[in-house]
Design a binder for this molecule. Structure first.
Ligand code: TXA
Ligand code: MG
Length: 292
């Protein structure tokens, strides 16, 4: 049986499965089955029930679960499939298990672009709740081996499709009527939409979230002897996010190099300065959390 069919069978049986998306690997379960979603929390060892992102195959499926204003529909049409998550009013008859939204009356939805996740959505015909496929408090996984590092033995299957393309979790934006609120900066840069009359709210999530197991120092020009230096642009370092100082390449490499630094013999990690424009804002957000 093909991997995706096996994964779909496991999901219909109420299990959770690790699957790549274009951003990071997700740990997916049937969003209409509360026990299945509870297994996500159990596998990740999450301390509390944060609301999860629900993945759907298309806009029509999203409309069955949530109420989309004209603004929300415009964003969806522009950026889906892709790394944009919309937080929207939940429809009472959606069938989504209460544990997915942690009891909120809103829901986070996105239409992913990765073929493995899209095939899985098609094969099981259910909306899939999926946070990043890593133990709580550890670095997000951009390769199957990162998933195995913290979840091996705790989940029945990992679909391995190599490194993810984007490497950073989706941008999250709340849409209340025609008002936008940025909840998590990410690969989709919404500064134009937000500038057009909407309020930006700093992400109010867990302070320390993407934590490597070692202290991390930011804006490091040079490293101390006991530091693994993650560089940016032409410089001497242990590993470089992007020698040509390209922010897209840096985003895709970020979690991979944090994993690498974590596994290195050096007890501390340092990261070179990274410009804050464009994707740089999302990279800074993740690094600040890793250092917290
Ligand atoms: O790229 C991604 O978004 C990855 C891949 C696997 O798709 N998924 C991901 O999911 O990062 P997760 O569950 O780790 O991210 C959930 C974030 C949390 O920070 C949560 O606070 C926010 O989404 N969120 C979910 N539902 C929400 C809601 N109803 N209101 C506000 N924030 C919400
Ligand atoms: Mg995560």
């Amino acid at each position: 049986m093909a991997a995706v069919e096996r994964a779909a069978q496991l999901i219909l049986d109420g299990q959770c499965v690790a699957v790549p998306t274009e951003t990071v690997y997700g740990l997916a379960a049937d969003a209409t089955n509360g026990e299945a979603v509870a297994r996500i929390y159990a596998a990740k060892g999450r301390p509390s029930f944060n609301p999860l992102i629900v993945h759907v195959p298309d806009l029509a499926s999203a409309e069955k679960i949530a109420v989309l204003s004209d603004t929300a529909r415009d964003l969806a049409t522009t950026y889906w499939p892709g790394p944009l998550t919309l937080v929207l009013p939940l429809k009472p008859e959606s069938g989504i298990a209460g544990i997915v939204t942690a009891g909120l009356s809103s829901i986070a939805l996105r239409v992913p672009a990765h073929p493995a996740m899209r095939d899985l959505l098609a094969a099981c015909g259910r909306p899939l709740a999926a946070p990043s496929a890593n133990a709580s408090g550890t670095i997000s996984p951009t390769r199957a081996e990162h998933v195995a590092r913290t979840l091996s033995g705790r989940i029945p299957m990992i679909i391995d499709a190599g490194a993810t393309e984007v490497g950073l979790e989706s941008t999250i934006i709340a849409v209340e009527d025609e008002q936008l609120r940025l909840l998590r900066p990410g690969p989709v840069d919404l500064s134009l939409e937000l500038a057009a009359g909407s309020k930006i709210e700093a992400p109010g999530q867990l302070e320390s979230h993407y934590a490597p197991g070692k202290p991390l120092r930011l804006h490091a020009q040079i490293s101390d002897d006991d530091e693994f230096l993650i560089g940016f642009g032409k410089m001497t370092c242990d590993a470089n996010l992007s020698e040509k100082a390209d922010l897209v390449e840096a985003a895709a490499q970020l979690f991979y190099l944090l994993h690498k630094a974590d596994l290195s013999g050096k007890p501390r990690i340092a990261v070179a300065p990274i410009p804050i424009e464009g994707l740089g804002a999302a990279i800074h957000d993740r690094l600040k959390r890793a250092a917290a």
